[in-house]
Design a protein around this ligand. Structure first.
Ligand code: UD1
Ligand code: CA
Length: 457
């Protein structure tokens, strides 16, 4: 543990320009609330404490962000300096404090490590030189030394012309912090207690400010509206796609790839366009994913081919299986090697043995199916009686005729065959043919009723 490092994350603001009921920091990048991402990055530095300042929508933040940190309430948003002050009880005098922002989601561990390194026991300030500095605090230098930050709203023309800006992220020595925060005034254009005024106070105290410039602007970019959220999401997705390409995954188009979680992969994995991966996904060697698939919390073993428009959630697929197009694998579908699941087949809480097939228009729910069994088109396991779910057990090498309704609880033993259109309500013994449908009736010489001819006199 980094015993003298403490981290404060500011996340009390409302985010008016998001036009949302959700507090700003809960909006997601890569499927994860922004503030949770920042907490995880903070955690990677192994600090002695993390304090998150919350205010607007704090109940929702506490409900949705399950992280073990000091949650500190700021009841009135009186400025960034005031926000950090709320955390003082958690900041022992012998340490130092790194300030992060809940709405700056893509800050990374190595940038922060460089900042901490540069700061030493003095002040470290993360800076940027963006294309357009409008709205941001400008960095004022004197003889090359950083001496102050001036907010845009308080800046004169000469100061506004400065392109070097304050990202907001900084490191401060705790021994000085309380005194500096207590001497802040809100005598400025916004009537707020500015954290940025600490830079001038440090200079007055003879403490140096060590600037570190971010490697790329997006790392310190804040989100104030949905446009900026979408821009950062795309950058985040591009970075992930690039990393996967470099690791040998074939992405047919990296611009049409979304990963909201983690993707573990083998060799020669091919992913076609417009796929979305969520949660924890594992793809074995030679797995191919067709276009437009959504895959969430799933493991797909080597050699399996998934055709377009398939949907996976909470399931496992074995080796060399063939899934889709238009397949739906729901939670706890567990398919063994070489299983075939075809179009418009839904599988939920069902185990299927090696080489079994359900190729068309079928619902398999709460079932245990052996190996080398064929499920005919249009089969339904009738697992729900309106109150309870019941189990269907189907053995190895069973042949289920098309359009069979299998009314659970029921079991169909190894080698049995059900005739097409059967409604199976009783157990079927091994190696039998079971017909459970009305017998066909033939009426010879049948004359079809005819319409009367209205024009006849
Ligand atoms: C701040 C900096 C500015 C910098 C910019 C970078 C100050 C005074 N200015 O400006 O120099 O260029 O960030 O994006 O610090 N917050 C609280 N409580 C408060 C006020 C703010 O938690 O009382 C949180 C907000 O939710 C937000 C962050 O602090 O996440 C920044 O506050 P904001 O008011 O947006 O500061 P800026 O005007 O953007
Ligand atoms: Ca801001």
């Amino acid at each position: 543990m980094n015993t003298n490092l403490h981290i404060v994350i500011l996340a009390a603001g409302k985010g008016t320009r998001m036009y949302s009921k959700l507090p700003k920091v809960l909006h997601q990048i890569g499927g994860q609330p922004m503030v949770e991402r920042v907490i995880d990055t903070a955690q990677s530095l192994n600090p002695a404490s993390i304090s998150v300042i919350i205010g607007h929508g704090k109940e929702l933040v506490l409900e949705q962000v399950k992280r073990n940190v000091n949650w500190v309430e700021q009841t009135e948003q009186l400025g960034t300096g005031h926000a950090v002050k709320m955390a003082l009880p958690h900041l022992p005098a012998d340490g130092r404090t790194l300030v992060l922002y809940g709405d700056v989601p893509l800050i990374d561990q190595s940038t922060l490590e460089a900042l901490l390194e540069a700061a030493g026991n003095e002040v470290g300030l993360l800076t940027d030189v963006p294309e357009d500095p409008t709205g941001l605090g400008r960095i004022i230098r004197k003889d090359g030394k950083v001496v102050a930050i001036v907010e845009e709203k308080d800046a004169n023309a000469e100061q506004k012309a400065v392109r070097e800006i304050n990202t907001g992220i900084l490191v401060l020595p705790n021994a000085k912090l309380e005194g500096w925060l207590n001497s802040l005034s809100s005598n400025n254009a916004q009537g707020e207690y500015y954290l940025t005024d600490l830079i001038a106070l440090a200079n007055a105290d003879g403490i140096n400010v060590h600037p570190v410039q971010v490697a790329a602007s997006y790392m310190a970019a804040g989100v104030n509206n949905k446009l900026q959220l979408a821009e950062l999401e795309r950058i985040f997705q591009n970075n992930q796609a690039e990393a996967l390409l470099k690791a040998g995954v074939t992405l047919r188009d990296p611009a049409r790839f979304d990963l909201r979680g983690s993707l573990q992969h083998g060799q020669d994995v091919v992913i076609d366009v417009n796929c979305v991966f969520e949660g924890t996904v594992v793809l074995g060697d030679n797995v191919q994913i067709g276009a437009n698939c959504v895959i969430k919390n799933a493991t797909i073993a080597e050699g399996t081919v998934v055709q377009p428009f398939s949907h996976f959630e909470g399931c496992e697929v074995g080796k060399n299986a063939a899934i889709g197009p238009f397949a739906r694998l729901r939670p706890n579908a567990r398919l063994s090697d070489e299983v075939h699941i075809g179009n418009f087949v839904e599988v939920k809480n069902t185990v299927m043995g090696v080489g079994s097939k359900a190729n068309h228009l079928t619902y398999l729910g709460d079932a245990e199916i052996g190996s080398k069994t064929n499920i005919g088109a249009g089969t339904i396991t009738c697992n729900y009686d309106g109150a309870n779910k019941h189990k269907t057990v189907i053995g190895d090498n069973v042949f289920i005729g098309s359009g069979s309704m299998i009314v659970a609880p029921v079991s169909i033993s190894r080698g049995a065959t059900t005739g097409a259109g059967s409604v199976i309500t009783k157990d079927c013994p091994e190696d039998t043919l079971v017909l459970a449908r009305a017998r066909q009736t033939i009426i010879e010489g049948w004359i079809r009723p005819k319409k009367e001819d209205k024009n006849k006199a």
